[in-house]
Design a protein around this ligand. Structure first.
Ligand code: CA
Length: 223
């Protein structure tokens, strides 16, 4: 994969860049947000690994510019552990995934691999699919078996989290954290309500439920 790594901590950038190259990727390292926007608009990368705090333009601004240009590129945001607001803003602005700093290198490589598999499907990054479900993230529209399904914005967001990695189990906490600010503790319980409503709308007349409950762990999309 052709990867743009935007990170202003030189040591970290070199370390991550080398690891990605060892996995067979072609890596370009840029340490400034404005330069990153320029490079992303000129060169077709498959993946941008994007730090949030950058000189020039911050990571969210880089992400916004890339999405405005409708580039078919995956974006993995790197955020500080305390910056939950950044993660939420990043996902809302169109990031495909995020990783909290400090992270284990193996974790980053695993995320990159998952994003690479999705990019290989050559889908534009605002379309998510799983089984016969299709989701247009930009237009916030949802279809199952070719028929459009009307859901509320929050139901959409909950499903969007699950659709990002079909088959992977997401805990209620993680779903909340990806959508809302974790400070609102009551939200974890409301996830159950949104899941219930989604099942009602999506499983209509079908024998198997699309969203499986994993006892004591959370929810996942049947894959
Ligand atoms: Ca930084």
């Amino acid at each position: 994969m052709k990867i743009l790594l935007v990170e202003d901590e030189a040591k970290l950038a070199a370390h991550v860049g080398l690891a990605l190259e060892r996995q067979g990727h072609e890596v370009r390292i840029i340490n400034d947000g404005a330069e990153a926007i320029d490079a992303a608009l000129k060169t077709p990368f498959q993946l941008i690994v994007l730090d949030v705090n950058l000189p020039g333009a911050d990571g969210l601004e880089v992400l916004r510019r890339v999405r405005q240009a409708s580039l078919p590129v995956r974006v993995l945001m790197l955020t500080a552990r305390s910056e939950i607001g950044d993660r939420v803003a990043g996902l809302k602005a169109g990031a495909d995934d995020y990783l909290s700093k400090p992270f284990a290198l193996e974790e980053l490589l695993a995320r990159v691999e998952v994003l690479g598999r999705r990019a290989a499907g050559a889908e534009p990054s605002d379309i998510l699919t799983a089984q016969d479900v299709r989701m247009d993230v930009r237009q916030r529209r949802l279809w199952r078996g070719g028929e459009e399904v009307a859901v509320s914005p929050r139901e959409f967001e909950v499903l969007q989290v699950l659709m990002q990695e079909p088959g992977r189990t997401f805990s209620r906490d993680e779903i909340c954290e990806r959508i809302w600010n974790r400070e609102h503790e009551y939200e974890t319980r409301t996830v159950e309500i949104f899941i219930m409503r989604l099942r009602k709308k999506l499983d209509d007349g079908r024998s198997e439920t699309l969203i499986e409950t994993v006892r004591g762990a959370g929810y996942r999309l049947r894959s």
